[in-house]
Write a protein that binds this ligand. Structure first.
Ligand SMILES: Nc1ncnc2c1ncn2[C@@H]1O[C@H](COP(=O)(O)OP(=O)(O)OP(=O)(O)O)[C@@H](O)[C@H]1O
Length: 283
């Protein structure tokens, strides 16, 4: 596992827009999810059709309760859809799998284990890895997220950003090809968030991952993605998809540029329309 090929394409080789003819990594078709409750069924998702290409970075935004986390947890195999289908690499998802890494907003680290041991723990069932190799792989991934010097620290001794880096290292340690992230930077301050966004895009480019990322932050969505998927209010459907044609690698200075502001405005307007509907429905 240590002799990973260098996946980074030559400078300037990365397309400005995703190659839509690339094979689909993830296909949601006619996905419906309803939750039975005492007061009747809650329809969370109502017919999601979405193709995500290999090595694409897709962000999902939408008003609170529109079904974003439900969609992600179905992709993670933690929940089953009520109807419709979800394929990853052409295979139906029937449960959690090592081909998919999941990072959530809350730091899901074991407080009694060091950063190093938290990552090693994720590798405990990895076939063919000796104890020494497991330690090496964990170390490599802590290095990848810039935490080599903090390997011996416990979660309580780390900042929020550092804990989330450990969670990312842990999810990447078993080399998933699909990373599912549910507001991973939601609890971080603005500056740490920026650092984490750059770190994540850097890892994504180097490792040719496919990423599905949920956020409430429109600026983050535009900065980080190839496409921003805007969901309607519950029951969640896809309202609009905005392709982000900004060049990569991206730098935060771009946020002030005209094209960025244009895309930001387009996404914000869509969400705003849904928020107004949300408020009207509530009132
Ligand atoms: N286990 C459950 N039982 C009943 N209803 C649920 C359950 N999980 C989610 N829901 C409902 O399904 C809808 C979608 O929830 P979900 O958490 O997917 O939305 P979300 O877009 O991620 O929300 P937020 O942005 O606030 O995190 C909500 O109305 C929620 O109350």
């Amino acid at each position: 596992m240590s002799d990973q090929p260098s996946f980074r394409p030559p400078e300037g080789d990365r397309p400005r827009t995703p190659v839509r003819s690339a094979p689909s990594k993830v296909v949601f078709s006619g996905l419906v999810k309803s939750y039975p409750t005492r007061s009747g069924d809650v329809l969370a998702l109502d017919g999601i059709d979405l193709d995500i290409a290999e090595n694409e970075f897709v962000t999902i935004v939408g008003t609170s309760g529109c079904g974003k986390s439900t969609l992600l947890s179905i992709a993670a195999g933690l929940q089953q859809p009520t109807a419709g289908e979800l394929l990853v690499d052409g295979e139906p998802v029937t449960g959690p799998g090592r081909d998919r890494g999941v990072v959530l907003q809350s730091y899901t680290l074991y407080p009694w284990l060091t950063a190093q041991k938290n990552v090693e723990f994720a590798l405990r069932d990895e076939p063919g890895l000796s104890v020494r190799q497991r330690a090496e792989v964990a170390r490599e991934h802590l290095e990848l997220v810039g935490l080599a010097d903090f390997a011996g620290k416990y979660p309580a001794e780390l900042s929020g950003g550092m804990r989330q880096r450990v969670a990312i290292a842990r999810s990447l340690s078993y080399r998933p090809s699909l990373l599912l992230m549910d507001e991973p930077f939601g609890a971080l301050d603005a500056l740490t968030r920026r650092v984490m966004q750059e770190l994540l895009t850097d890892i994504w480019e180097k490792h040719r991952l496919t990423v599905v990322f949920i956020t409430h932050d429109v600026e983050e969505a535009v900065f980080i993605s190839d496409r921003v998927v805007i969901m309607s209010n519950r029951p969640g459907t896809i309202k609009r998809i905005v392709p982000v044609d900004l060049p990569r690698p991206r730098e935060h200075a771009m946020i002030a540029e005209a094209r960025f502001r244009e895309l930001y405005g387009e996404v914000l307007e869509q969400i705003h329309e849904e928020s107004l509907g949300h408020v009207r429905a509530a009132g």
